[in-house]
Design a protein around this ligand. Structure first.
Ligand code: SF4
Ligand code: SF4
Ligand code: SF4
Ligand code: FES
Length: 958
């Protein structure tokens, strides 16, 4: 036995993980100096001896400690000697003291550590040479560090070596035979993720890690975030990709391409293949945490459905013809020019993508303005957060959130409105939960009982279950209570806001029609709860508001955003840490695509196209004359297409046929076009109507930057060459040049340099600075060279804050006898947006189909049982889904997700939209629900059309 142990330890190939200091960093103004192994170390009070040693470069062996978790003190490997103390205290649970004298190595310490390790190893399989984490195992490392050379105890006694593996999770295995019961996984699930899915069952020798009530991982509450896997010091919890492919050989730091949290990852590679995505500890948005999408769902990038060759066809009923890039872009340029010659300069346009990089989005709008000679450029932000841009610009002066995510750690009262962070922004959701467990108060304003309302160790102080379409009444009523009860921050308002406007607004909001007792009839929110919630927000200390699409995707989306900003100014909750107005952006680069001038009325940096000075700046750089007239928004493009005036569209990385409302209207518009060009990684629903397909590149295949919901610009770095030979920016550049533009960029950094030259909020941004700082929150310029974590600190960007009048105007979409229920929509953790990527990963094991949530009362009235097929009929269309009978929704409200094309959730949503920005009213559709036995006519048609299009694609590929 001794020889095997020795052999294994000698075989150690040390793997270099990110530095681990053993216990978390402590913030304290008081510093303490001690001596460790004769060297003086000065650290903040409250730091552990283990961390103090690590900061001096002295590594103390450890198993149960890691710096992402609170110290626990169970393994006893980290023992040290401290002068004047009896015994050998654990360095991870002992805090530093002034003048302390610590010794980390002595023969006695060594002997004790070896004894502990011997016990661990005597119940651990010695299969290191064939173990998937050989060389990346802290048990193995620690055996080496303590000098273990033999184990006196055999395997004859009781042991756990034959314990059965749990392979139920699609992405990682749990092999209890290798578990040392250090509890790191249990603590990671509690402290980092906040799910509490794991426990240690039993005591002593019997103790073991258990998911839920001895269920397997897949049946437990586990949400597959991977925090336990990252924390496990042995091979017990291991990624299946590592088991299959082996240890990575190099890594690249990049940014997740899913949601607006913008987590940093180490893409760990073997050659050009990603074998693991490890959340990056130095990533400021995520600090080493991740969710199931970014952590595990990257397989879509090499899925067999990827299209890597450009294709063209005359009609959508023809087979595709694979062609070279050159042929495809020349053909497109010729078709676009012919269309403009026939139908006019404004008959073509483009849609840029919030999935693509800032540099790519910038190039698309530049190509439209230079090459198309118009401003018909819009972005998918139109259908999600355009009201945020309008509402925050109007009131505060800047179209972006005010804080860092980390700032929530200083919030005392948190309002979450129309957002579901634990499903849609999971890593931020975990941060939020941590703060709530520390005692912050929570007000949830949402028609559904989202997870935050009631989950392990968390319950909302108030859940205001607002009826869809009446957000403005609730926000106005909150402000009414604060003003009428004199709870406003008067000095702050006097110092920082336009007083004339405030007085007008104050008179408006004080009117009795905004009282909770009056608004209850519209919103359904009990007046007493609303009053109490208003008092809590106004008087509870730092108040932070986080909101999502449940605020913006309404006919009064912009009004609601302004009402939120009013509330924050009213209570003095803008301009410092722990407060603010924080839009939770949906897609990875929604903020960036808006910043980069993707709207038809704005050049980069939110400057109006009609402004001559701004136009001159861009005209000087680009060498063209720009059209001063704003172009078409996406819905206007559809209407103009149906009217025969809009005939050509370049749509990059956006699936409008699935994501936009009133699908049948969108399909008619797409069918009316003469040249629809789609650039994407898959044949998405929109591409089925296309005449030209340009293959897109996944985030792993390109360089660039994304900007997350905190305004944080982070690098996206290429890990593999683009499968089609061109990154998206190169494809756009080729098309622009075929149209006669003279774009000349050798690397996206040069595009960023141009953006920085032309955009005051980006003046100080460069790839060199991003590489140095890791990430930058704009504005970044001469005044704020390292970026701006908190905005509006001394004054608002617009100077004085503006209280906008926010009159409630009921939506035209009303429930009546024919359509008595209100449908609202949302997202689920495992799937992402239209699902094009996540449906092509094992994430579908959690969510194979979209279902309709309906309250038991409403279901019973209609004779509907859980799992029945139900027809959902609105004024514009109908579709069929399985019923999920649940009291998560209130009576009168039904809910679904929109991740699967066959569900046709948007067949039923209407053309109603926000008065200011045309953001669709996805969140309110009056519907009737009935039990049915067959799919809807649209679903039958969609199935046939899909089969036909797949057939035409297969022919081309064959
Ligand atoms: S599974 Fe890993 S982290 Fe959890 S107790 Fe076992 S060894 Fe420790
Ligand atoms: S994967 Fe995440 S949620 Fe699941 S058990 Fe591990 S830490 Fe908990
Ligand atoms: S929270 Fe968002 S950015 Fe982070 S890993 Fe998950 S999907 Fe990616
Ligand atoms: S590392 Fe200190 S007791 Fe385990």
């Amino acid at each position: 036995m001794a020889s095997i142990v020795e052999e294994i330890i000698n075989m150690l190939e040390f793997y270099e993980p990110q530095a681990d200091f053993g216990t978390p960093e402590i913030e304290s103004e008081t510093m303490v100096t001690l001596s460790i192994d004769g060297a003086d170390v000065t650290v903040p009070e409250g730091t552990s001896v283990m961390r103090a040693a690590a900061e001096k470069g002295i590594k103390i062996p450890r198993l149960c400690a890691t710096d992402s978790l609170k110290s626990f003190g169970s393994c006893r490997v980290c023992l040290v000697e401290i002068e004047g103390r009896r015994g050998f205290p654990a360095s991870c649970t002992t805090n530093v003291e002034e003048g302390m004298q610590v010794v980390t190595q002595s023969s006695e310490i060594g002997k004790l550590r070896r004894n502990v390790m011997e016990l661990y190893i005597s119940d651990h399989p010695l299969d290191c040479l064939t173990c998937p984490t050989n060389g990346d195992c802290q048990l193995q490392d620690t055996a080496g560090e303590v000098g273990l050379r033999s184990v006196r105890y055999g395997f004859e006694g009781d042991n756990h070596l034959v314990a059965e593996k749990d392979e139920s999770n699609p992405y990682f295995t749990f092999d209890p035979s290798k578990c040392i019961v250090c509890s790191r996984c249990v603590r990671a699930c509690e402290e980092t993720q906040g799910t509490f899915a794991l426990t240690i069952d039993g005591r002593g020798f019997e103790s073991k890690v258990s998911a839920g009530q001895s269920e397997d991982f897949m049946d437990s509450d586990c949400v597959s975030c991977g925090a336990c896997v990252a924390a496990c010091p042995t091979a017990t919890l291991t990624e299946k990709s590592i088991i299959e492919a082996g240890k990575p050989e190099h890594s690249v730091i990049t940014t997740c391409a899913y949601c607006g949290v913008g987590c940093s990852f180490k893409a760990e590679m073997k050659g050009n293949d990603v074998v693991r995505m490890t959340p990056y500890k130095d990533g400021k948005a995520n600090e080493g945490h991740a969710c199931v999408k970014g952590r595990f769902a990257f397989g879509y990038a090499t899925h067999k459905d990827r299209i890597t060759q450009p294709m063209i066809r005359e009609s959508i009923h023809d087979p595709w013809q694979e062609v070279s890039w050159e042929t495809a872009v020349n053909h497109t340029a010729k078709r676009f020019k012919e269309i403009q010659a026939k139908y006019g300069r404004t008959s073509i346009g483009a849609i840029s993508s919030s999935r693509c990089t800032n540099e790519e989005v910038y190039l698309v709008q530049k190509m439209v303005r230079m090459g198309f000679g118009n401003n018909n450029i819009d972005t998918c932000a139109r259908v999600c957060h355009s009201p945020t841009g309008f509402g925050l610009k109007t009131t505060l002066g800047e179209s972006a959130g005010t804080q860092t995510f980390a700032s929530v750690a200083k919030a005392d009262v948190i309002i979450v409105m129309g957002a579901n962070p634990t499903e849609a922004h999971p890593v931020f959701g975990s941060r939020l939960k941590r703060r709530l467990r520390e005692g912050a108060k929570l007000i949830v304003i949402d028609p559904r009982e989202i997870e935050l309302v009631n989950s392990p160790h968390i319950s909302a102080d108030f859940h205001l279950p607002v009826r869809p379409g009446t957000n403005v009444t609730v926000l106005n009523a909150l402000a009414h209570v604060i003003v009428k009860e004199g709870l406003q921050a008067s000095t702050y308002i006097e110092d920082r806001c336009e007083m004339d406007e405030f007085e007008k607004w104050s008179a408006f909001i004080s009117d009795d029609r905004h009282s909770p007792e009056n608004t209850e009839q519209f919103s359904g929110v009990p007046a007493c709860d609303l009053r109490a919630a208003a008092r809590l927000y106004a008087e509870g200390g730092n108040g932070a508001i986080f909101y999502g699409l449940g605020v913006t995707e309404h006919s009064q989306g912009s009004t609601a955003v302004m009402a939120i900003a009013n509330l924050a100014m009213l209570t003095g909750n803008v301009g410092r840490e722990g407060v603010g107005v924080n839009p939770l952006r949906g897609q990875n680069n929604v903020q960036g695509s808006c910043d980069m001038g993707s709207f038809p009325h704005e050049l980069p940096g939110y400057r109006h196209i009609s402004n001559k000075v701004t136009r001159n700046l861009f005209e000087g750089e680009w060498g063209v004359t720009l059209d001063p007239e704003p172009g078409l928004r996406i819905p206007n493009m559809f209407d103009a297409a149906i009217d025969g005036e809009f005939k050509g569209l370049y749509c990059q990385g956006e699936d409008i046929a699935q994501s936009d409302p009133n699908t049948q209207h969108v399909e008619t518009a797409l069918s009316s076009m003469e040249c629809l060009v789609v650039q994407d990684i898959f044949l998405n629903e929109t591409a089925k109507f296309a005449h030209v397909f340009l293959p897109g590149a996944s985030f792993l295949e390109k360089d660039g930057t994304f900007t997350n919901a905190e305004r944080r610009i982070s690098r996206v770095r290429k890990t593999m060459p683009p499968l089609s030979g061109k990154a998206d920016w190169e494809g756009t550049m080729a098309l622009a040049n075929a149209l006669g533009c003279k774009f000349q960029y050798d690397h996206p950094s040069e595009i960023m340099d141009e953006i920085a030259r032309l955009t005051p909020t980006f003046n100080g941004v460069s790839y060199a600075k991003l590489d140095k700082l890791g990430s930058i929150q704009w504005p970044c310029n001469d005044h704020t060279p390292a970026g701006t974590p908190v905005m509006h600190v001394d004054e608002f960007v617009r100077g004085k804050g503006f209280f906008a009048i926010t009159e409630y105007v009921p939506t035209e979409e009303r429930a009546n006898r024919k359509f008595p229920l209100l449908l609202t929509t949302g997202r689920i953790l495992s799937q992402y947006n239209v699902g094009a990527q996540t449906r092509r990963t094992k994430n579908s094991e959690w969510h194979e189909e979209d279902t309709l949530e309906i309250h038991p009362h409403d279901a019973e009235e209609r004779g509907i049982k859980h799992g029945d097929w139900v027809g959902i009929k609105s004024r514009v269309g109908n579709t069929v889904l399985h019923a999920d009978v649940t009291s998560r929704v209130k009576p009168g409200v039904v809910y679904t997700t929109f991740h699967h094309p066959v569900s046709g959730a948007n067949v039923i949503t209407t053309d109603n939209s926000d008065w200011a920005t045309n953001c669709p009213e996805f969140k309110v559709t009056a519907v009737q629900i009935s039990k049915v036995t067959a799919p809807s006519r649209w679903q039958e048609r969609q199935k046939m059309f899909n089969t036909q299009q797949q057939h035409l694609l297969a022919k081309a590929r064959h």
